[in-house]
Design a protein around this ligand. Structure first.
Ligand SMILES: Nc1ncnc2c1ncn2[C@@H]1O[C@H](COP(=O)(O)OP(=O)(O)OP(=O)(O)O)[C@@H](O)[C@H]1O
Ligand SMILES: O=P(O)(O)O[C@H]1[C@H](O)[C@H](O)[C@H](OP(=O)(O)O)[C@@H](OP(=O)(O)O)[C@@H]1O
Ligand SMILES: [Mg+2]
Length: 443
């Protein structure tokens, strides 16, 4: 009996993400690969909407609401979970157990702590859960855990509308401002520069973002802030402008591609997920790399050609998952191979075939090297519009940044590596420094 190839990709994301991303663009990419894209309605049994080849989701709000007793959310989650359970052949982006582990901040801080990253001067700042409303108990826990002042107090749940209101606590008096359940994480001075790694399967892209300036312990009052005001590409908070004495000594820091690749490969191995965001700071003085946050299916703002990259990762996952190839007629596997090989003749450029230079950057910062990925698909995605509708593409962002803010804000790093090599394998990496005039007037 001929098996009809299943060519439907389903997606169900938060309304915010639905509005922010140009899903019609992804529909075009799917069609180019012989798939149709369907918006999944979790209120209805998925059997009647499938069968699905893959399901892409961001159901963090559904999980949170379900955990809080919302019946509709619990039903929606049960619909998704039962379909996944009955259809192990479907590619789930990403597995719900990985999603749940990244919804609890201290849980993923522990994953970093217990990974092999420590050997590479990569750490997660000291942290402790504060679950009690008893101030004395919390003060003791902070002391016993070695938390230093100032520390950042973050909601325990890392995603959703209530997850991004935070506080910088400078002294014991300020501990009364913590609202458990929360996580206290020692503050790391990092010269107001954050590196945001966006991971799509075996590809990652690094962009530089504004970040909190350096702080010292003091008797000052707690500072409350929303992360949306601090580390977005166009954040303009005065909290992200270095004090003159700090700006004078802040080194221009370029993250080490080898160490970034190790972070990506280690977290991919630990988490087994396709769509992850990792927030890195480089500690002033020690040069250690601090992983301060890991995000589920983040915004991918400025990620070149995100949807094409997502499609490739799904096909890669299908191939490596032997998606029914053993059980299905050869035709389907040839179809999958053809659709993936058609990609190679499509919009892809092999790395290292041509070196571009960017005016305004000294030659040594125009680094374009080929990457040996250990796979026969070394390639870079052309820097086309990824179909994002953020109104904040890297070109717009370049225009917005007028003055240099803090040291090291001068570059937009974009490292596009496919099938990155594990740190033990010798390989070099493509780094394209886009010279941008950066900073924000008047901050
Ligand atoms: N331990 C820390 N030391 C210094 N700065 C920190 C620390 N933790 C967080 N920050 C600052 O606060 C910002 C937000 O922190 P974090 O990423 O944990 O919050 P979030 O709500 O998960 O943000 P998002 O979801 O937007 O990534 C960081 O980008 C950084 O500027
Ligand atoms: O700047 P980024 O891309 O990291 O911003 C992300 C943020 O890190 C969180 O992942 C947000 O998810 P929630 O915590 O669930 O709000 C993302 O929002 P989303 O609407 O895009 O999912 C931000 O983009
Ligand atoms: Mg973050």
């Amino acid at each position: 009996m001929e098996v009809k190839p299943c060519r439907v990709i389903g997606y169900c994301v938060t309304e915010k993400k639905n509005a922010k991303m140009n899903w019609a663009e992804f529909g075009n990419v799917c069609r180019n690969h012989g798939f149709s894209l369907v918006k999944v309605d979790l209120r209805v049994d998925l059997e009647s909407q499938g069968p699905f080849f893959a399901i892409i989701h961001k159901v963090t709000e559904v999980i949170i609401n379900s955990n809080m007793g919302d019946i509709e959310a619990a039903t929606a989650l049960a619909n998704l979970e039962s379909y996944i359970r009955l259809h192990p052949e479907v590619i789930v982006v990403d597995p719900l157990d990985g999603v749940r582990s990244l919804m609890d901040r201290s849980h993923y801080y522990r994953i970093v702590q217990n990974s092999d990253l420590a050997e590479d001067k990569v750490f997660t700042p000291t942290f402790v859960d504060l679950l009690s409303t008893d101030l004395k108990e919390n003060l003791q826990r902070l002391k016993d855990s070695g938390i230093t002042y100032p520390f950042v107090c973050k909601p325990s749940v890392s995603h959703g509308s209530d997850a991004h209101q935070m506080a910088i606590v400078f002294n014991e008096e300020g501990v009364a401002d913590c609202r458990p359940p929360c996580v206290a994480q020692s503050f790391i001075n990092h010269n107001a520069v954050l590196y945001k790694i966006y991971i799509v399967g075996d590809n990652f892209n690094v962009s530089e973002r504004p970040s909190l300036k350096n702080f010292q312990p003091s008797d000052r009052k707690t500072i409350f802030f929303s992360t949306a005001d601090v580390s977005k590409a166009d954040s303009t908070s005065s909290l992200t402008v270095l004090d003159p004495e700090d700006a004078a000594v802040a080194p221009a820091s370029n993250p080490d591609p080898q160490r970034l690749r190790h972070i990506v490969s280690s977290l991919r191995k630990e988490l087994g997920m396709m769509l992850i965001g990792v927030d890195i700071v480089i500690e002033h003085g020690s040069g250690r790399y601090g992983i301060i946050d890991i995000n589920i299916f983040p915004g991918y703002d400025g990620f070149p050609n995100f949807f094409q990259c997502l499609m490739d990762s799904i096909l890669d996952s299908a191939t490596s998952k032997n998606y029914g190839i053993a059980k299905t007629s050869r035709r389907l596997s040839e179809e999958i191979d053809n659709s993936s090989s058609s990609k190679k003749q499509g919009k892809l450029r092999h790395l290292g075939e041509s070196s571009e230079t960017f005016p305004g950057l000294p030659p040594d910062q125009n680094l374009l090297q080929s990457v040996n990925t250990g796979k026969n698909t070394n390639r870079e995605y052309e820097q086309d519009d990824s179909g994002f509708d953020t109104g904040d593409s890297s070109d717009e962002r370049k225009k917005k940044w007028g003055l240099t803010r803090g040291r090291g804000h001068g570059k937009k790093l974009s490292q596009q590596v496919r099938g990155f090599a594990a740190p033990s394998q010798q390989s070099s990496l493509t780094i394209t420094d886009h010279p941008v005039r950066t900073g924000l007037g008047g901050v």
